[in-house]
Every structure is written in structure tokens, then in C-alpha cells.
Design a binder for this molecule. Sequence first.
Ligand code: IMP
Ligand code: MG
Length: 167
Amino acid sequence: MQILLSEQQIQKRVAEMAADIRRDFPDDVHLIAVLKGAFIFLSDLVRQMSGKVSLDFMAVSSYAKGTTTSGEVRMMKDLDFGLDGRNVVIVEDIVDSGLTLNYLQEILRARNPKSLRTACLLSKPTRRRVDVPVEYVGFTIEDRFVVGYGLDYAEQYRNLPYIGVVS
Ligand code: IMP
Ligand code: MG
């Protein structure tokens, strides 16, 4: 396993992202984590934020075949709470083609949040197939399939504390 981003690099950047989100929403913010990939990112992010913050979870399947996405997105688990009038930040592990995020933003915007932003730990801009806004980006990376820190390959490697490239 080749290490792309070390545990220290990730922790430092996640703390900065938490500060950015808190600065933009000092009074209250509602974080929505996209399962399963974002679970570790969310848990580190939220522990770096003081003050009021609430959480919800949703799961989508992007019908991934191997390491590429098919472009179809399906909701597997919906939110527990409504978004009406809330300051909402979607928390995602990675934006690749952007199709998953584009779908999520469309359906969540329809639920009438006061604001809707997105935080992604990783972004692969050269892979984008749809132009989707991401206000908080942790790291911009090249077109390589990465694992660890919540990200999987065939459900493995989510437990790594760093981001690596499978050889
Ligand atoms: P998109 O719809 O193509 O942007 O794909 C987003 C989803 O594909 C992410 O939420 C991940 O679950 C998965 N994905 C994309 N690239 C990678 C990667 O390099 N490693 C692991 N999962 C990835
Ligand atoms: Mg994901």
C-alpha cells in the first residue's frame, strides 16, 4: 500500500475544514453524512467542531462496478429528519464523476433547507462528468483509486487511518 495522505495530514486538514464550516455557520449546522464512505470523516469533523451541531445519515448506492461508477444512483437509506429552514452541509468522502453528489444535492434542495453546502474530503476534478458545487474540499487528488479513512475497495480498507493507493 502506497500512502497518499498520512494520518497527520488528514487530521490537520479536517480540523481546518471544521473551523471553516463553524465560521460560516456559527449558530447551528446540520451535517448529513453519506454512508458508508463518509463515516470516519464525519466522526473526526464533528469532534473538531464546538457549539451546536446535529447529524443525520443517508445511504446511496451508485451501482459501482469495480472501480468505476455506472452513473445510476439509488437511495438505500433516507434521512430521519426534515431539512426545512436548516443550514445543511452534506459530508461526502470523495467526488469523482460528481453524479452521486449531483443527485443528492437535487433531492435535498427540494426539501427546502435554508442553505445547502457540501464538504468532501477528496476531489478528483479530472474525472468530473457533471459540474457540481463543492464549497469545502479537503484535498484535490489525481485520478487514482484510493482507499482508507472510510473509503473501500470491495468493502475492505475502510479501517486504515490514512489514505492509500492499492497496488
Ligand atoms: P461519483 O458519483 O462518481 O462522484 O462517485 C462517488 C462515490 O464513488 C464516492 O462516494 C465513493 O463511494 C466512490 N468512489 C469514487 N472514487 C473512489 C476511490 O478512489 N476510492 C473509493 N471509492 C471511490
Ligand atoms: Mg461515498
